[in-house]
Design a protein around this ligand. Structure first.
Ligand code: SAM
Length: 207
């Protein structure tokens, strides 16, 4: 079987699909995907979180192999906990030594985490085609402390169609200071099908 790729990831439909795909993709994800495509998004989200004064403890949502947390650590931000549905991706992330704890959980379900546990919530590459929708924001806000900073990437291709724009509007006074910054997801040497893909980094605080 060939390694999974970005197109297969964008075609996922269920959390179970994600568990299977990322089990098979975990070993080649960093070199075969992130390096090969010049994947810019995890560092861009981490930099945006740091620039806005983000503090720890941070929950990194859809943490994958830990690329975002590695950049947060370079900013001196920690402790950082990882949340992901894939045990194989979490194992790789844990091996890099940047996370305090790992939570193998499904973002589409209620999270067994206490209210107001985190003062920062980050995510790159998880709110995208075939992955996690905006309904997850309710649980993420519940486990965030008042004033907690969020920095979450949302693929521009799902922002309106999958209801992210409507969800952010609906949250109204539950969030404050919403800023949307458009960034390139991949580098100039990415394959031609994905080179122009863009993401929005949504930054806001829990009110
Ligand atoms: C494209 S990867 C991004 C990983 C990492 N943040 C990065 O930027 O390299 C998406 C991640 O979301 C996770 N994921 C997909 N569906 C999920 C769900 N329902 N709950 C939690 N994590 C999920 C996958 O296992 C995968 O690690």
């Amino acid at each position: 079987m060939s390694d999974p790729d970005l197109d297969a990831a964008y075609r996922l439909q269920t959390p179970e699909d994600s568990v299977r795909l990322y089990r098979d993709w975990s070993q080649s994800y960093d070199a075969g995907f992130a390096q090969a495509q010049g994947y810019l998004l995890p560092a861009a989200v981490a930099d945006a979180f740091a620039e806005a004064g983000g503090a720890a403890p941070v929950l990194d949502v859809g943490a994958g192999t830990g690329l975002l947390a590695a950049r947060l650590a370079e900013h001196g931000i920690g402790p950082i906990d990882a949340l992901d549905i894939s045990p194989e991706m979490l194992a790789l992330a844990a091996s890099k030594g940047v996370y305090r704890a790992s939570h193998c959980l499904d973002l589409t379900q209620p999270l067994p985490l206490a209210d107001a546990s985190y003062v920062g919530v980050t995510s790159s590459g998880t709110f995208t085609f075939g992955h996690v929708g905006p309904a997850a924001f309710d649980e993420l806000l519940r486990i965030a402390a008042p004033g907690a900073l969020f920095a979450l990437s949302i693929h521009t291709g799902v922002f309106e169609p999958a209801g992210f724009a409507a969800k952010l509007a609906e949250l109204g006074g539950a969030i404050a200071g919403l800023m949307l910054t458009e960034v390139a997801i991949y580098g100039p040497d990415a394959d031609t099908a994905h080179r122009d893909h863009r993401g929005l980094i949504a930054r806001f605080r829990k009110a």
